[in-house]
Design a protein around this ligand. Structure first.
Ligand code: SAH
Length: 388
């Protein structure tokens, strides 16, 4: 099995430095409130304008300052000269037959991230990224193939949500209508922090973004409808637990013992399964929320009957749910999806021992919905264009 350099999983990650290389004005959602207040004061404007601007973008779906009709006309013009509503640009927008949308966003420093909108009759779920790349190095995952570049800012995390919320309920061919503002449009109902990056390695910015999400002037989505998926960083899980929020925690376990897990998830070398399970128990004690364990099923690697038995023993007596995720192909990686027979046998073993288990549905697979794949493709296209 390929091995990747192990980084310290709890180490701080680099932040966005300096100004845009693309000459784009700073995104207003990332301007520190004090700076914006000073900017407004210089123009004899009250600080309440900050709340108005944010409400316009987050709740009223404004995509330009011009549309913000509750602001004085002159101020709108000045805002447009100094800031941009969005700091990201939509580089690619794909819509699958099942109405899964996938966006590749180009950031101010020319990096790219992706986010996904998954829809069915009753739900609209946004899957968001928290970092450019990922430093955890899970061997089967496309996001970490080139390591981590930097943390996303609070504004960049929020923009993913705004962009996707503005596309909820939209069908192919309606793109131009999607970002026009009307009342009582469909809204996002759920958020999963399962895109690119390790959310708990960028916890401050993520929490800042999520604090807006619950607000009625934001997205009005309750913490119970927000899932944070982590590779399993015990100290950060405890910090999250101490907030006393009702976020749903998903831990990427992927193996029932330390030696196999360290081969699949290199950061396990530093953390180990017992410390992760202890922090999960702490999370449950503090929040009362059942923890989900994700288990990417890699044919012939972690899908044997003995693995299922060991997993059942490991989780016995815990308030736990297991999400099995048959591996999604990643170009250049030589793993396999499990056979249907092996997968059902794995599920049977868990069921028989009383462990709650589900297989994650595959959505939007024709648009490279596996984490980090589309971004790589778009980046590679850019590279080959530059080389020709
Ligand atoms: N860093 C976080 C979020 C990662 S993405 C974490 O480790 O949980 C969310 C889930 O998708 C994780 O469980 C991750 O291991 C899984 N995943 C990543 N690439 C995958 C692939 N190619 N096929 C199936 N699941 C994948």
């Amino acid at each position: 099995m390929a091995s990747l350099p192990v980084i310290d999983p709890e180490a701080e990650q680099p932040q966005l430095a300096g100004r845009s290389s693309l000459g784009i004005l700073p995104g207003i959602l990332d301007v520190p409130k004090d700076d914006l207040r000073a900017w407004l004061t210089e123009r004899n404007q009250p600080p309440m304008r900050i709340g108005q601007i944010r409400r316009q973008i987050l709740a009223n779906r404004a995509t330009s300052f011009e549309e913000m009709s509750d602001l004085p006309k002159d101020l709108r013009v000045e805002l447009a000269a100094a800031y941009s509503v969005f700091s990201t640009r939509i580089e690619r927008h794909l819509i699958a037959a099942d109405q899964t949308h996938k966006l590749v966003l180009r950031l101010n420093d020319d990096r790219m991230i992706e986010c996904v909108l998954i829809q069915d009759d009753s739900r609209a779920t946004a899957c968001i990224s928290t970092q450019v790349g990922c430093g955890m190095g899970c061997v089967f995952c496309a996001s970490g193939l080139n390591g981590v570049i930097r943390n996303l800012t609070t504004g960049e995390i929020l923009e993913q949500l705004v962009r996707m919320r503005n596309f909820v309920g939209m069908k192919e061919g309606e793109e131009s209508k999607a970002e026009t503002r009307t009342t009582s449009l469909p809204r996002l109902t759920h958020i999963v922090v399962m895109g690119m990056g390790e959310p708990l390695a960028n916890l401050d910015n993520l929490l800042d973004a999520l604090s807006v999400v619950g607000d009625k002037n934001g997205f009005n989505i309750g913490a119970r409808h927000i899932t944070i998926s982590t590779v399993g960083l015990p100290a950060k899980i405890r910090r999250l637990a101490d907030l006393g929020k009702q976020y749903h925690l998903a831990i990427s376990l992927h193996a029932p013992n330390n030696s196999l897990r360290t081969q699949i998830v290199p950061t396990n070398d530093k953390t180990g399964i017992p410390a992760i399970l202890d922090s999960a128990s702490y999370f449950f004690e503090k929040t009362g929320r059942q923890v989900t364990y994700e288990y990417v099923v890699l044919g012939g690697v972690n899908d044997r009957i003995d693995h299922a038995k060991e997993l059942a023993r490991l989780l016995a007596g815990r308030k736990a749910h297991v999400n099995l995720i048959p591996w999604n192909d990643v170009e250049g990686l030589h793993y396999h999806r499990p056979t249907d027979e092996d997968l059902s046998r794995f599920i049977d073993v868990l069921h028989r021992t009383g462990v709650s288990v589900k297989v994650r549905k595959r959505k939007g697979s024709e648009i490279d919905a596996a984490c980090g794949q589309l971004r790589r493709k778009v980046e590679q296209e850019g590279q080959s264009e530059r080389n020709t």
